[in-house]
Design a protein around this ligand. Sequence first.
Ligand code: SF4
Length: 159
Amino acid sequence: MVLEDNDSELLEKHNIFVTTLEKLWNWGRSHSFWPLSYGCNCCPIEMMASGANRFDIARYGYEVFRASPRQADLLLVAGPISLKMKPVVERLYAQMPEPKWVLAMGNCAISGGPFKDGYSILPGVDSILEVDVYVPGCPPRPEALFYGLLELKKKVEKL
Ligand code: SF4
């Protein structure tokens, strides 16, 4: 039997679920980001707080912070990137397997923040990497980070 898109009644009646493998993978990915443990300055404190019991990032399935870029699919850039750290961040990103995403957390990661006029800070991570989601604030609270992660979830689900 060939099922058409408008055969919803038939699909419900027989509990048939039709999708593509790609959509199924993306659904799984969007519900279980594995962020790389990377941070600099004060924003990472909020990132760490998001994993503690008061905020509990595990509610969303995003608590598996990895110490190795080879096991991570989300580069969560929290805090400024100094020129000295630039090649390190680029290397970490290059070592992450595809598919991978970048979230810029805080004004420093987005634009250099209060350090943007300094000689040693990048004017935002998007000057070296493509950013998927921006979470503004100085620092953004864990709730703002969760909102950004849920926006990334929507983006990945639509791929
Ligand atoms: S955005 Fe504000 S809180 Fe975050 S690292 Fe920069 S100065 Fe610190």
